[in-house]
Design a protein around this ligand. Structure first.
Ligand code: AMP
Ligand code: GLY
Length: 428
């Protein structure tokens, strides 16, 4: 079988790497891919735009792709699945209407409220004055969210009224384009944030191992929100009983809510949850695709072939599929970024030390990289996802940092505290 992956991040490199471990997968093609997928044995990049649905369709038909995995949310929100399905191409990822669970935070809130899924109170606004009046009445801390897609950067946790007003004005002044023309003002929650990625065939839903991600740029979870600066799995914050509750209180009701709207959702449903100190569960967002960098930490532990899981979802056989098998180990991913990310950052820096890092047994997933002759150069904000497996959570983290230390490029930046929230948990 041949498989097509849409996207160019660390997540897509990890998906390609994992698919190619299956004896049934002869080739993976990435559109457009990155410097890592270009060099992966069995994989090649195709320089098409992820919004060229016509070109992607033609390529898939001519080259007989068994299925397409859509990595990033933008093409899903723009209807790539609807487009490809119209030509009988199998796509792992929801249709445009299902992708609204991520592409419209207010749509997702309405679904959650109707399905009885616990989520913080919120109100939606389309103009600044009313939003600011509401915020002044509620007080801080408070959370301001652009309604639409903003690559994880449209959310501000405001600790002062001045920050809250600035966030409202930023969104309504066009900083996030159309995505920010509506905002959600949400109550602030404290707790441990976890990412539970589940797969569904539209009839059954099953979680993968729970992960955690560090969303902000700064040490100690401070500073601006990013796409994610580091991840680890399985997180000890979610034990089996808690995962059981996530299944019955969140994942199953969400699937039911989608079904009630006649949405045939086949792909990943990712629940971003807050686990409060009282073990209360609250959904702060849903995503309609694999998480990045969570996927880089989850897939190295998956023993079940990924293509088998994907095909079971696409053919609606998930209820009969055997339990997913996992290595009894932990994995951690440290994101190496270009200094300045998530704002303005330099590109073109030459990356060295990748071979030395690979010798430590780490897996270096590429994100914003490209190959220029013999060189690997940085070409994006998040550059590499340096991932390692260990017998314990601590050893996975230590192994990942050992590999990070082998790698050098000018203006590199990474957080040195990935996993600290788990290390401070009693008993771990
Ligand atoms: P979202 O895109 O909705 O996941 O928000 C991005 C990040 O902002 C989350 O990963 C959290 O770290 C933070 N966040 C979002 N909503 C809340 C909330 N209600 N309370 C506290 N932090 C939040
Ligand atoms: N790491 C957060 C996300 O994928 O949305």
């Amino acid at each position: 079988m041949k498989a097509l992956i849409i996207g160019s991040g660390g997540r897509e490199h990890a998906l390609a790497w994992k698919l190619l471990q299956s004896p049934r997968i002869a080739e993976v093609v990435c559109i457009p891919g990155n410097g890592g997928t270009a060099a992966l044995a069995g994989c090649r990049n195709l320089p098409l735009s992820i919004s060229d649905f016509e070109g992607i369709t033609r390529f898939s038909l001519v080259n007989n792709m068994a299925f397409v995995v859509v990595g990033s949310e933008q093409p899903l929100a723009a209807g790539i699945t609807d487009y490809l399905q119209a030509q009988d191409i199998k796509v792992f990822g929801p249709t445009k209407i299902g992708a609204q669970i991520e592409s419209s935070k207010s749509w997702a809130k309405t679904l959650m409220q109707a399905a009885g899924i616990p989520t913080p109170d919120s109100k939606s606004f389309t103009e600044a004055a009313a939003a600011i009046a509401y915020i002044e009445q509620q007080g801080t801390p408070i959370v301001i969210k652009a309604d639409g897609l903003a690559s994880g950067k449209g959310v501000t946790v405001a600790h002062t009224l001045a920050d809250a007003r600035a966030a409202v004005n930023k969104s309504f002044s066009g900083h996030f384009g159309l995505a920010g023309e509506r905002i959600l003002v949400e109550s602030y929650l404290q707790g441990q944030e976890v990412s539970v990625l589940a797969v569904t065939d539209g009839l059954t839903i099953r979680p993968l191992i729970p992960a955690q991600d560090h969303k902000t740029i700064g040490e100690g979870d401070t500073g601006a929100n990013t796409g994610g600066m580091g991840a680890y799995a399985p997180t000890p914050v979610v034990d089996q009983p808690l995962l059981g509750r996530i299944q019955t209180e969140i994942l199953e009701p969400a699937l039911k809510g989608l079904q009630q709207q006649n949405i045939d959702y086949r792909g990943v449903l990712y629940a971003g949850l807050m686990v409060t100190p009282q073990e209360d569960l609250q959904v702060i967002e849903f995503n309609c695709r694999f998480g990045d960098p969570e996927t880089q930490a989850i897939l190295p532990l998956l023993e079940t072939p990924l293509d088998a899981i994907i095909l079971a979802c696409l053919e609606q056989r998930l209820a009969d599929f055997p339990p997913f098998e996992w290595k009894s180990a932990a994995a951690a991913c440290v994101v190496m970024a270009a200094a300045g990310y998530p704002d303005v950052y330099p590109k073109g820096m030459v990356i060295s030390g990748l071979e030395a890092a690979a010798e430590t047994d780490a897996i270096v997933f590429h994100a914003g990289t490209r190959r220029v002759q013999q060189q690997v150069q940085a070409s994006g904000g998040r550059v590499l996802g340096v991932t390692a497996v260990g017998e314990t959570f601590e050893s996975a983290i230590a192994n990942a940092y050992r590999a990070v230390e082998c790698i050098e490029f000018e203006h590199s930046y990474y957080r040195s505290d990935v996993g600290y929230r788990v290390k401070v948990l009693p008993g771990t």
